[in-house]
Design a protein around this ligand. Structure first.
Ligand code: HGY
Ligand code: MN
Ligand code: MN
Length: 418
């Protein structure tokens, strides 16, 4: 089966969606800000759902706002599903997540226009709150879709800005009735930009993604005593900011010592009262550590936890920690990875196997069906930044490989599958 996707239509839709919540970065790059369940996210959803309805797809919305659109198909068999997310971080680019959703829509439109008689339907979806930047954990919607969290638990999650997940979902009109966990697809394949430097550095055009590294997010609150910045001798201070900076420096020494692919990030910091002449009362910050090897990740988590408590004790502070996200490394189904490799090669695209540094909805779908991902290169490896960029040729080629993989998956029987 051979269908050629319409690259122009894909690029046009990417541009149109990017205009919703459009932002301009410090260097003039245009990105998007559509944090999960904000009004901008709602408008982005409305646009994509309109495109889904325009194609005559059967659109379902579940209890946490996941949207799945399937081709009508007499077989009633579980579909080959693709998809990703259209929520972004606050300083998002135009392709993270959006490419996977709109390429899936493009594949389905092209396949329907070609009038192919497939053994089973194709479906495309977008999952709620993949980023986890507003409501933790990340991949929240797909986690609920596969039964890793109940709808009730998700609806009560509080955002970094204090809003309640369920209230925000209602406010944008996406509290749906489709059941969670959702029906397991026949297979799941996600197209995504790499968001890292590897493909560009090696001049490779397609990544056949073998899995996703383990992710650990912790929120830490250190409490001391706010005091006058001028009159309080250093020996009398209980300064949570001083502790935070020591912890940050030591975290980088730990990560450097462990070595790649270990990464560690303190991405969010809140000092209270955050005033120039006040020794802070409290410091709240997040620690994001990741590794492809769970044993190493566990030992880094333990070392960082000990570090936090030692430094806090030294400064006479209380410590409160909360796990925001913890996902073990995931390996994708080698049979699907192999189809990605072969599809890229047939299209004359250079390809290499690689793990994903970022979390993705595919890592959740891998719990319920054979899953894998297709990567396209990121220019300068930049992402979660309005400067995020992938060349048009790579966007279109990635979509074509996605199409070929989905068609082959539709004709592939996995033992035990319906
Ligand atoms: O944090 C991540 O890896 C993803 O962007 N949610
Ligand atoms: Mn993403
Ligand atoms: Mn992201």
């Amino acid at each position: 089966m051979n269908v050629t996707i319409n690259g122009e239509r894909l690029l046009q839709r990417l541009d149109e969606l990017a205009e919703i919540g459009a932002i301009v970065g410090p260097a003039g790059d245009r990105g998007s800000a559509r944090l999960a369940l904000t009004a901008e996210d709602g408008l982005g959803r409305d646009l994509v759902v309109k495109w889904m309805h325009d194609l005559g797809l059967e659109v379902s919305i579940d209890g946490v706002g996941n949207v799945i659109a399937a081709m009508p198909h007499a077989s009633g068999l579980p579909p080959v599903m693709t998809g990703s997310h259209i929520d972004t971080v606050a300083t998002g680019g135009r392709f993270d997540g959006n490419l996977g959703v709109l390429a899936g829509l493009e594949v389905i439109e092209s396949v329907m226009s070609a009038g192919l008689d497939l053994p089973r339907p194709l479906a495309v979806g977008f999952f709620t709150d993949e980023e986890g930047a507003r409501f933790a954990p990340d991949m929240l919607g797909s986690l609920v879709y596969v039964g890793g969290m109940t709808v009730e638990e998700a609806l009560d999650i509080r955002a970094v800005d204090g809003a309640r997940f369920g209230d925000e979902l209602e406010a944008i009109g996406y509290a749906g009735g489709a059941p969670c966990p959702g029906p397991a697809p026949h297979a799941f394949i996600e197209l995504h930009i790499e968001q890292g430097p590897v493909l560009e550095a090696e001049d490779i055009q397609i990544g056949a993604v073998t899995g996703v590294q383990g992710i650990s997010w912790t929120k830490v609150t250190l409490r001391g005593q706010s005091n006058h910045a001028g009159t309080t001798p250093m020996s009398m201070r209980k300064d949570p900011a001083a502790a935070l900076f020591e912890i940050g420096a030591e975290l980088h020494r730990i990560v450097d010592r462990v070595g790649a692919p270990q990464v560690g990030t303190i991405g969010r910091v809140e000092l209270i009262p955050n005033l120039v002449n006040v020794v802070p009362a409290s410091a709240t910050f997040t620690v994001d550590v990741r590794n492809t090897n769970d044993e190493t990740l566990v030992s880094v988590e333990r070392e960082v936890d000990e570090l936090i408590h030692q430094v806090a004790d030294h400064h006479g502070l209380s410590v409160e920690t909360e796990t925001l996200a913890r996902f073990a490394p995931v390996l994708f189904d080698d049979r699907v990875v192999e189809i990605v490799e072969r599809s890229a090669t047939v299209r004359g695209r250079s390809v290499r196997r690689m793990p994903s540094g970022a979390g993705h909805d595919a890592q959740m779908m891998a719990r319920v069906c054979p899953s894998a991902m297709v990567f396209t290169p990121s220019v300068r490896g930049v992402s979660h930044n309005p400067a995020e960029l992938t060349d048009e040729d790579d966007l279109v080629a990635g979509c074509q490989v996605l199409c070929d993989v989905m068609l082959e998956l539709s004709a592939t029987t996995f033992e035990g599958a319906k």
